[in-house]
Design a protein around this ligand. Structure first.
Ligand SMILES: Nc1ncnc2c1ncn2[C@@H]1O[C@H](COP(=O)(O)OP(=O)(O)O)[C@@H](O)[C@H]1O
Ligand SMILES: [Mg+2]
Length: 424
């Protein structure tokens, strides 16, 4: 068999499942795909480790529940030895714990059985593309140090910084913060150019929260993925009165699938060259799109709230971040909806997550709800005097300062929570 050097090589897939019918079904589902080749089928976790080492597939379809070594452990063993191999975990349950453990073990995608052949093929192609883009970053070679370094595209010309706002739990205020942070960064200094990218592709809220009724969205860039330039990006950006330029999510959820990780990567790196800051709003699922936005981020703004499920999820996120080898300074932890009556103190959250809380944004339902319902960020107009807006402005200032520092310098985080401008 030819060495995997050509660009037109098929995607080589290894199937791992203990149930013979499932293995056969998967083979059948993939049989007619011209760009995919099933190179083998392992019947157990043990066998998959040996077969992966021997066959060096591009993608592994891994069943999670198997007797003996299960899919998670097998994935861990395989990705340690063959870091470029992309694993799609298959499970009958969509339990978040499974998902997270799979991601930690090195899986890149999670499919819940039963799935359609379209889902499967799309996932294989997506993940393979992602593998090609991630390969240098996850290889064991000593590549450029500090995966969070800006401008690591080697051109040395990149100007802007990417801030990915993420929360592993929905409803914590991720979109609200992304929008207002973008506005705050635009207000901070004259000449600051800020783009806001809605990477919550299926049900993105940026258009609504900014009251933008534009017909342009990221999906317009799909046909141009290989020829994206600054001019083209400018044509799809939608200007907002605050000065922020928004790249909106597709107008309908079913279009989201057309947006691939390589497109997101090109969009973000392209925007980085045009802008001072690129703020990315994400959804709460760690899929390959989110991973791309997290990978490319100079800083991840991780949003948590003072309730146990959210704190637990933030903690798990840091485990995933460790597994992805993100330096700890890459993530900025924010406590949103901070409330002295919540019964949980910020100090306790900090101790539990073992990561400093850099800013607390107060619980202010009235301001947040009015802003959302009017489609006017609270950083604009009379709401700018609220403590919530002031805390957001301070956070923007903090982030700007941190990003202005030399990358080598460790990020200075406030040692104490109850003092300093960022805490309220
Ligand atoms: N600091 C805050 N205080 C009170 N409510 C908030 C605050 N930030 C956001 N919210 C509210 O929380 C809800 C979820 O916000 P949203 O930004 O859509 O979260 P996510 O993007 O994480 O799902 C919205 O109703 C929003 O108005
Ligand atoms: Mg959201």
């Amino acid at each position: 068999m030819a060495e995997a050097t050509g660009k037109t090589e098929k995607i080589r897939v290894l199937i791992v499942d203990d149930i013979p019918e499932t293995r056969e079904n998967l083979r059948k589902l993939l049989f007619f795909e011209p760009d995919i080749e099933v190179v083998g089928a392992a019947t157990s976790g043990e066998e998959s480790v040996a077969m992966a080492a021997q066959l060096k597939p591009d993608v592994i379809l891994m069943d999670i529940n198997m007797p003996g070594i299960d899919g998670i452990t097998a994935t861990e063993m395989i990705t340690q030895q063959l870091p470029w191999v992309q694993v799609i975990m298959m499970s009958v349950q969509g339990e978040t714990d499974y998902l997270r453990r799979s991601m930690q073990a090195g899986a890149r995608e999670f499919l819940i059985k039963p799935f359609t052949s379209e889902d499967l093929v799309a996932a294989i192609r997506r993940i393979h593309q992602l593998g090609l883009t991630r390969r240098p970053k996850i290889s064991s070679e000593p590549a450029a140090p500090g995966s969070s370094a800006p401008g690591r595209d080697g051109t040395g010309t990149s100007a802007g910084r990417i801030l990915t706002v993420f929360s592993p739990k929905g409803g914590t205020g991720c979109s609200t913060l992304a929008i207002n942070l973008a506005v705050a960064l635009a207000q901070q200094k004259q000449g600051n150019k800020v783009a806001l990218v809605d990477a919550s592709l299926q049900f993105g809220d940026v258009a609504v929260l900014l009251n933008l009724q534009a017909s342009r969205s990221i999906v317009d860039l799909v046909p141009h993925v290989n020829e994206l330039d600054g001019e083209m990006l400018e044509t799809v950006l939608v200007p907002h009165g605050s000065g922020v330029k928004a790249l909106l999510a597709p107008p309908r959820p079913e279009l989201a699938d057309q947006v691939t990780p390589p497109l997101i990567e090109r969009v973000l790196t392209g925007l980085r060259n045009l802008m001072s800051y690129v703020v990315v709003d994400t959804n709460s699922i760690i899929n390959d799109i989110t991973l791309t936005t997290l990978d490319l981020a100079d800083r991840i703004v991780l949003v948590t709230t003072p309730d146990i499920p959210s704190i637990k999820d933030a903690k798990l996120f840091f485990e995933v971040a460790d597994a992805l080898e993100y330096p700890s300074s890459k993530t900025i932890l924010i406590l949103n909806k901070s409330d002295p009556h919540s019964g949980i103190r910020a100090e306790d959250i900090q101790a539990s997550i073992k990561h400093p809380i850099v800013a607390q944004l107060p619980l202010d339902e009235r301001t947040a709800t009015l802003a959302a319902n009017h489609g006017v960020p609270y950083m604009v107009g009379s709401a700018r005097t609220t403590k919530l807006a002031q805390a957001t402005a301070s956070l923007a200032q903090y982030i700007a300062n941190v990003l202005a520092e030399k990358e080598e310098t460790t990020v200075a985080v406030p040692a104490k929570l109850s003092t300093g401008r960022l805490s309220l």
